[in-house]
Write a protein that binds this ligand. Structure first.
Ligand code: NAP
Length: 294
């Protein structure tokens, strides 16, 4: 008689993403494809959690014995209040995107910045000594700017609509364990033009250009950038934003947000399973999911 494989996952083999809305997330496809490719008996789901339900949802990780979760918009900051421990880097970023359940003790990490750096490394972009401009000063910008600083970026400039938020980020960077000096510039100002004209790397961390506002751009004139600049857009819907399209037409190196999405997911595996996730499988699954639901 052939033995049937149990369909019961058992405790500690279930994971997922908490967000609101979350139905269009590519993460379940990405992680489940990786489990299948590695013959792992685990399942990753999408949990739509409205903000008032966040505390109960976090308690549910313990109650139901989930192995861990990812956290996305709008919960990345608020979730920290409900965890038993927040890792120092996540604390510095001010946001958690990965939670591990260690025997009922919930520990929060942030893999966005780490994933961002790995996505540059895979394209052969050296950060050390490179002048960088970060567009935006929200959660993604905080992770990106902190990790650019940690990786030894040269001059770092933050350009944001609200100057006060950019100044707040610059002050936090200056107080970091390995302090990073960042300048602040208003969009369209002389300071911003000067920083952009010397930038080796420009990273868009605003939603400008994201579906459905695909004709928006955080940078009206990519002609300002040096001919060897790398233009990185953290947006992955659409895969090629107006910013990346204009940069590509100018002959600049472009990187879209799928690279960061995939690497932050692969890095989350380090905390859940003690090893990095299979990046190629995860990328193919994420791209297929994004094509299905652009
Ligand atoms: P957030 O915390 O809300 O920050 C948004 C930032 O964009 C703020 O600096 C905000 O400026 C600026 N902004 C928003 N609307 C703007 C507008 N109309 N004009 C000018 N500036 C505007 O959001 P977030 O979590 O950092 O996410 C930002 C982007 O990063 C999103 O597009 C998201 O898709 C992307 N992201 C990608 C990944 C990935 O894995 N690829 C991971 C995380 C985030 P103010 O300070 O003036 O409000």
């Amino acid at each position: 008689m052939t033995q049937r494989r149990s369909t019961s996952l058992g405790p500690g083999r279930m994971l997922g993403i908490l967000g609101h809305p979350v139905a269009h997330s590519a993460s379940p496809a990405m992680h489940n494809a990786a489990f299948a490719a590695q013959g792992m008996h685990a399942l990753y789901g999408a949990f739509d959690v409205p903000p008032p339900q966040l505390e109960k949802a976090i308690a549910g990780i313990r109650t139901l014995g989930l192995l861990g979760v990812n956290v996305t918009i709008p919960h990345k900051e608020a979730v920290m209040a409900y965890l038993d421990e927040v890792a120092p880097t996540a604390r510095q970023v001010g946001a958690v995107n990965t939670i591990v359940n260690r025997g009922g003790r919930l520990i929060g990490y942030n893999t966005d910045g780490w994933g961002f750096l790995l996505s540059l490394e895979e394209r052969g972009v050296r950060v050390a000594g490179r002048s960088a401009v970060v567009l935006g000063a929200g959660g993604a910008a905080r992770a990106v700017a902190l990790h650019l600083g940690m990786a030894g970026a040269g001059r770092l400039t933050i350009i944001n609509r609200s100057r006060s938020r950019a100044e707040f980020l610059a002050a936090d960077l200056a107080r970091a364990k390995n302090p990073v000096r960042a300048e602040v510039a208003d969009p369209g100002s002389e300071e911003a033009r000067a920083a952009l004209s010397q930038a080796g790397l420009v990273v868009n961390c605003t939603p400008l250009g994201m579906d459905p506002d695909t004709e928006s751009t955080p940078l009206e004139d990519v002609g300002l950038l040096p001919a060897d600049a790398v233009v990185y857009d953290t947006i992955y819907r659409p895969l090629e934003t107006r910013l990346l399209r204009e940069a590509r037409r100018r002959g600049l190196i472009t990187i879209n947000g799928v690279a960061m999405l995939v690497h932050q997911g692969a890095c989350a595996w380090e905390y859940w399973f003690g090893r990095r996730g299979p990046v190629d499988v995860m990328r193919a699954a994420a791209l297929a999911a994004l094509e299905e639901r652009p």
